[in-house]
Design a binder for this molecule. Sequence first.
Ligand SMILES: N[C@@H](CCC(=O)N[C@@H](CS)C(=O)NCC(=O)O)C(=O)O
Length: 205
Amino acid sequence: MKLYDMTAAPNPRRVRIFVAEKGIEMEYHQVNMMAQEHKSPEFLAMNPSGKIPVLETDEGFIAESVAICRYLEAVYPQPNLFGATPFELGTIEMHNRIFELEMWTQIGISWVNGPVVAKMAPGRFTQNPQAKETSDANVHAFYRRFDKELADRQFAAGDRYTVADITALTGVDFASSSVGLKPDEALTNLWDWHARVTARPSASA
Ligand SMILES: N[C@@H](CCC(=O)N[C@@H](CS)C(=O)NCC(=O)O)C(=O)O
C-alpha cells in the first residue's frame, strides 16, 4: 500500500498516526503541493477533489482521511480504534464527527482567511477578515467545551485512545502551529490530554 502524503500537512498526519498505532507497513509518496502536483491530471484521476491523503491499494484508490482509516481498520482490525461494541462504535463516530464538523471546519475557515494562506497562495481565496474573527472565536469556544468534557474522560471519545484522539490532536496541533489558534494555558484538562496523546510514539509520525 502507498500513501500520497506531505509531511507538513495535517490531514495526511491523521493517517500516518493511525498507521503507526496499527504498526502497518506503508510506502509513502511525498506530494509536491507547492508545485501543484495534487492538481495534476494524474493526481485528479486518483482523487478528483485534488487533496491529500490518498491511499493506493491493490483494488484502487481511497481518498478522505476517515475513509482511509476505516479501510485500514477493516484490513488490520487490531488494535481497534473505531469501536468494538455497537455503543462504542456509535460514541466514537459521534465524537469524531464533532471534531471534524465543529472544530476542524472552523480551523479551516481561519486558515484560508489567515496570513499564511495569503502569503502562500495569493489570490486563491477572497479573504474575509470577519469570517476569520468569527471562526477564531468558535475554535476557542470549542477548546473550552472540550476542556470541560475532559474532566469526565481521559481520551477524546471515552476512556481509551481511539481515532477521535487522532482527529482532535492533529487539529489542535495544526491550529496551534500554523493558524495562531493555540488553546489557552488555563485549559488544563485539554493540555493534560494533549500530553497523554503526544507521549505516544505514534504522535511523531
Ligand atoms: N476531508 C479531507 C481533507 C483533505 C485536505 O483538505 N487535505 C489538504 C492537505 S491537509 C489538501 O490536500 N489541500 C489542498 C487543497 O485543498 O487544494 C480528508 O479528511 O482527507
